[in-house]
Write a protein that binds this ligand. Sequence first.
Ligand code: C5P
Length: 319
Amino acid sequence: MSWSTSGGPGHTRGDGAVSAHAPAKINVSLAVGPLREDGYHDLQTVYLAVSLLDTVTVRRAEGLSVTVTGEGAEGPDPVPTDRRNLVWRAAELLAEHAGVAPDAAIAVEKAIPAAAGLAGGSADAAAALVALDALWGTHATRGDLTALAARLGSDVPFSLAGGVALGSGRGERLTPVLARRPWHWVLGLADGGLSTPAVYAELDRLRAEGRLPDGAAFPSPEPVVAALRSGPVEALAAALANDLQAPAVSLRPALRRALRGAIDAGAAAAVVSGSGPTVAALAADEDAAVRLAAVLAGEGLFRTVRVVHGPVPGARLVG
Ligand code: C5P
């Protein structure tokens, strides 16, 4: 997997800027256990990094500043540009770890929508860690960055690692998985996000009312891993699973129609990505994905659609 933590002059453009990309993720399977005492849930997930990338560009500056352009930058509930933005905390954490001042102007160009179940904020944090490590010459090891990533959020270590991985704990403990072939998907992006804590809370509520199984035992991830490794597409289609889908649909009933619409339009299978509301529709191959996207774009079930493939690498320097 191509991955670099050492930046230095080779990665610094003439204007002193350093850029890094990081990918969105799909949870190909996601099994969620009961609520833990710390407010998180143990989970078992198979993460897949896909080719929808955010770009974070950092420059030397006095103090810390964040600007956001692209997906989620405008509108009634824009992506924050202060300490609530995970890149801000990523900068503070790396600076503290390295014993340097957290001085940087950070520009986030978003293609991944926020609060969409695609780990967009986590991707930005992972890209910021990699870019700032290069800008500041902190020479953090991969292990250092992964530990900082886990402190920033459950999905941030995977945004750094990319590829395919089995996630456990609250999602931050990763075991890489080999996938020899690319998989093609259409992402159906919704108008408006869903709050991850709200979706987990809805899962707990539906379980407490006995309307969903309690999640005490995780199914084996082996069928998903085997299908991802070597197919066929029908095997992967049959293995898609997400315990957060029912609570996401409960909070956003229109998702039921969107999922059905994706199947009717020719998807091999469709699943809510993470805590939603993005729908990940699996296609047999690249041509089928392009056709599926064209049909779905014409139906108005989604705000917009994106054709993606994965696995792709995790956060890495551009250029
Ligand atoms: O780790 P992260 O900050 O992304 O998590 C956001 C929220 O999602 C947590 O505060 C928690 O409510 C919920 N969550 C959870 N169990 C996980 C991951 C996230 O309950 N494994």
